[in-house]
Design a protein around this ligand. Structure first.
Ligand SMILES: [Zn+2]
Length: 431
């Protein structure tokens, strides 16, 4: 289907280049850079822009036609960086895999999950945990001895792709599922882990968004909710129910924002599906994969106060960082999310942690920065990125099995705002 791929490539290129008229929803845009001093003096941070990064004295913005009009109106000089970054986006993908190369879209992921279930019927069970707004399945792979029956063993959750453009975050949990199943018969350590626990893998939390990123607009981040103001998308990693909407720094009430939190906690089918899954589990630990940055982030995201089990979160995070760096020598920093990256509220790991104190981590996968590809990973790098994360994932399963959770975090912590400051957006690129 070469011609289909060509058309899709052209569409993607048009979307990235912002050529011609804006797309059907008027959200296609350019990637432009603005000098940091202009950005600051024009107080652009309050404009709800999708910031890609700050590098070499310039702020990079994914700019919609409306954003460009705002820049022009404020007489802010900007440079079109679209072509340069588009070349980065299309590099490193083989023609054989279609427009997304070796990366998995929603249907390719489902095929892989079904194949694993068929190949390992005792150990693997595919569950549909929800359905998206565009009627796509949200799928989970359960891996355990007697996977088809619910034994309520210690549960571990590995979830990918809350954010559509973070394609590598699909691959790591998916490859991990395959690895556990393929190794079960020959690796006694893996076998013990699988026998003593149930491992839940949700490779794509946001299938609608991923499809949009693959077929239409590579930089798409949110889900595809049609908002009341005719913008699209809720940031489902700001839609979970702990400290949801805590302030306007860690999320936004503006539907156009890249960190729009939705109209209510768990308003989105994707987060509701994960909630229903997790509430039925004896959750012992979890990782939510994102990209990019090489960070291991733990609660809290919504406040810079330390979580009740900060020492444990730090110890386990440090152990995982050491295991990861030991594989390929690539360092991942670890720290409390709010301090190490930026404030977030309503994110996945604050919520899973809030239930019973299960160690919960956001891992920002490679690369480390935009110069090494940003949201774009060469498909040849997928294997190495998975391999370096694998020992940390195995370690976390064992840790979870050995550490039952019973903390009443919600009784221990009452989200309280610190001194009210002026509402301001983080200047960091949203990842
Ligand atoms: Zn992300």
């Amino acid at each position: 289907m070469l011609w289909m791929r060509r058309i899709a490539l052209v569409l993607a290129a048009l979307a990235l280049a912002g050529a011609g008229a804006a797309g059907p929803e008027g959200e296609d845009g350019l990637i432009v850079s603005v000098a940091v001093r202009d950005f600051a003096s024009a107080r652009l941070r309050r404009a709800g822009l999708d910031l890609l990064m700050e590098k070499g004295g310039r702020v990079y913005i994914v700019a919609s036609p409306g954003d460009l009009a705002a820049l022009n109106a404020r007489r802010i000089p900007f440079t079109d960086e679209t072509l340069r970054l588009r070349q980065a986006s299309l590099r490193g993908l083989s023609a054989a895999g279609g427009i997304n190369g070796a990366f998995h879209d929603a249907l390719e992921t489902e095929a892989e999950l079904r194949a694993l279930e068929a190949g390992y019927p005792e150990l693997a069970s595919v569950r549909e945990i929800g359905q998206t707004l565009e009627k796509r399945k949200i799928l989970a792979l359960k891996i355990s001895d007697n996977a088809a029956s619910d034994e309520r063993e210690p549960a571990l959750l590995f979830v990918g792709c809350h954010h559509a453009r973070e394609w590598i975050s699909v691959e790591v949990p998916l490859l991990f599922g395959r690895y556990l199943l393929q190794s079960y018969a020959t690796d006694p350590a893996v076998r013990a882990l699988v026998d003593e626990s149930e491992v839940w893998i949700v490779p794509i939390a946001n299938p609608d968004g991923l499809e949009y990123s693959v077929r239409v607009y590579r930089y798409w981040r949110k889900n595809r909710r049609a908002n009341a103001d005719r913008t699209f998308g809720v940031d489902i990693n700001r839609n979970y129910g702990y400290a949801w909407g805590f302030d306007d720094v860690g999320s936004s009430g503006q539907p156009a924002s890249e960190v729009y939190r939705g109209t209510a906690a768990f308003s989105e089918p994707e987060t509701a599906a994960i909630r229903a899954l997790v509430l039925g589990l004896d959750l012992r630990a979890m990782i939510s994969f994102h990209s990019f940055g090489q960070d291991i982030l733990f609660p809290w995201g919504f406040t810079t106060q330390a979580a009740p089990t900060d020492a444990e979160l730090r110890t386990v995070g440090r152990a995982m960082a050491g295991l990861i760096e030991g594989v390929n020598g690539r360092p991942y920093l670890f720290g409390e999310a709010s301090s190490a990256l930026y404030l977030t509220n309503g994110d996945t790991v604050d919520w899973t942690y809030s239930l019973a104190g299960a160690p919960s981590y956001t891992i920002e996968l490679p690369p480390v920065d935009i110069d090494h590809g940003g949201f774009f990973n060469d498909e040849a790098a997928i294997g190495a990125i998975f391999e370096e994360n694998r020992p940390a994932m195995l370690y976390l399963i064992r840790y979870g099995i050995d550490h039952p959770r019973s903390l009443d975090i919600r009784r221990l912590v009452r989200p309280k705002r610190s001194a009210p400051g002026p509402a301001r957006r983080s200047q960091r690129i949203q990842r």
